[in-house]
Design a binder for this molecule. Structure first.
Ligand code: BGC
Length: 267
């Protein structure tokens, strides 16, 4: 069974076939730039372009940078507003002629990290946080995803946390690592006060530079960088698609069958 994972990001739509038993890409990733504007029609075409690169496949998992419930995209903080309440899984599935599973981008990255990366074999409450254009969160209890948490939008000092401490803000406000770390620490302390996780896993591009800011953080919770780097979303999306197709797994992120008459798969 060939499963593709595709990650819709702020600057690129990236995909590859994935070995879901090993958590590895089966070939080189193919990337197209994220269309501008990143509206539903253009992004569906971009995903189709990436998928077409890999010939035949059985099912596909797609990440989305917002809330996804039963294959429908329910929020659009950093993407075109045409995604609000879009039947994303159905639209991708109609276009690709295959079963498609759509899940939140941070959830996908977390699924991969918990299965094969920094969260492997960790019990209790684990929190993945991705610092990029926004702040994404994924919460796991004993390896099971609690989907669609949006802890990047916690209010900190009256502001949306991701407008204070995302990596995009570090860049646009030209913050030094020290300045940015103060904000990240403020944010992480708030999160640990609310949830007391056993471990923070930090993903997003900035996870490659963890040595620049981890030593500056004074928090109680152990913190580690993601280990699957840029591929976590792709791998997690494919794992979710595999689970939706009947493979073993901790969650059902809302698959939809290719036959429009069939109901969305329920966990
Ligand atoms: C969205 C989340 C997403 C995160 C990272 C936030 O603005 O609300 O759903 O996971 O950005 O892309």
């Amino acid at each position: 069974m060939t499963i593709l994972g595709i990650d819709i990001g702020g600057s690129g739509v990236k995909g590859a076939p994935v070995d879901v038993a090993r958590g590895e890409l089966l070939g080189e990733r193919f990337r197209v730039p994220t269309p501008r504007p990143a509206d539903v029609d253009r992004v569906v075409e971009a995903v189709a372009e990436v998928a077409a690169r890999f010939g035949d496949f059985d099912s596909i998992g797609v990440t989305f940078p917002g809330v996804v419930v039963d294959g429908v995209t329910r929020s659009a903080a950093n993407v075109d507003k045409s995604w609000l309440d879009a039947p994303a899984a159905q639209l991708f599935s109609d276009r690709l002629g295959k079963p498609v599973t759509v899940l939140n981008d941070a959830d996908a990255a977390g699924v991969a990290e918990v299965a094969f990366g920094a969260g492997h074999d960790q019990s209790g409450l684990i929190m993945m946080l991705t610092f990029g254009t926004g702040i994404g969160s994924a919460l796991f209890l004993d390896g099971t995803l609690i989907p669609n948490t949006e802890f990047g939008h916690l209010e900190i000092d009256g502001a949306d946390a991701e407008l204070l401490a995302s990596d995009r803000i570090r860049e646009t406000e030209d913050l030094s690592w020290e300045q940015w770390a103060v904000r990240v620490e403020r944010y992480l302390r708030h999160v640990e006060m609310l949830l007391a996780p056993r471990l923070f896993i930090v993903g997003g591009g900035v996870s490659k530079k963890s040595e620049k800011f981890f030593p500056l953080l004074d928090i109680r919770t152990p913190i580690v960088p993601a280990t699957l780097l840029n591929n976590a979303g792709i791998i997690g999306a494919a794992i979710a698609a595999h689970q939706a197709a009947g493979g073993p797994g901790p969650q059902d992120p809302g698959a939809i069958a290719v036959d429009a008459a069939a109901p969305a798969a329920q966990g």
